[in-house]
Design a protein around this ligand. Structure first.
Ligand SMILES: [Zn+2]
Length: 61
């Protein structure tokens, strides 16, 4: 579970996916480029966003 903090309304939102767009459910702000935090430990997670087509290639091996 991931958490991102909105810089506009200062609310946290949660998601289980690190891919795709992340829009603040409160104010609609685009949080896609905000850093990920672990929802349990609140530690910052460094995720390199991998383009979807590269991920699919990996799975085909
Ligand atoms: Zn917001």
């Amino acid at each position: 579970m991931y958490q991102k903090n909105c810089e506009i309304c200062h609310r946290a939102s949660y998601s289980s996916s690190e891919v795709g767009k992340w829009i603040c459910p409160i104010c609609g702000n685009d949080l896609t480029n905000q850093p990920f935090f672990d929802a349990m430990t609140f530690e910052r997670i460094h995720i390199k966003t991998v383009p979807l087509h590269r991920k699919l290639k990996k799975y085909q091996k």
